[in-house]
Unconditional design. Sequence first.
Length: 261
Amino acid sequence: MYQFDWSIFWKYIWPPTAFQDPLIRTGFIVTIVASVVAQTLGVVLGLFVALGKMSKFPPFRALGEAYVWYFRGTPLLVQMALLFFGLGVTHIYDFPDIIWGTLTVKGAIQAGILALAINEAAYMSEIIRAGIEAIDPGQMEAAKSLGMTYGLAMQRIILPQAAKVIIPPLGNEFNSMMKTTSLMEFISGTELFFAFNQINARVFKPFELFIAASLYYLALTTVWSIIQARIEAGLGERKGIERTPGTLQRLFAGANSKGVR
């Protein structure tokens, strides 16, 4: 009968002891940084793809549609392998290690972040497009009548209003991004799952180690869920809650709460 090794489990689940291992420490940092950078790049690129799909210029629309069609229709793991191994073997780009002082960013991490960002942009483009289209078209017409250019109107009028629609699904995408970084292990990106996999190769305690790894991801997504809830509350966008007038509000508003006098 299998005996659960509690000593291994507690050693790698408790940060003060787990982070003494440079693999876990580095993997944890890489997971967070890769998630933030990839999501940020994905949002920026997704904005351009969304604007391309909404463009009146047919080539831009076709390019945007093709981008979303390809990157939403193929597995992220395949895209990651194609980017890292494919570009390397063709010498289009070999993903050399980048050294900034004492910081070294390995090629696998660069490729992983880039693949995550490119893939995320396809999904974010649809979220951003839906957010923009949710705004009354009259807002753009009014902005243009005031002499604003299309870009200025988008920046000052449309996008700030669309943010309330975009932020909740954006938060969900980031939550998913933190878990999806585990795919970087396939190309030897030194993120959290790669770290636990390397330790498992030494001690061969997959049950204990991978439960510990799953709890680290759970902790990250839980913390982000709390942050996301606060952000949504600040924007007045509480999921699943429809605010209806209370009894006192209806009394003060009159017999008809819809404002009909």
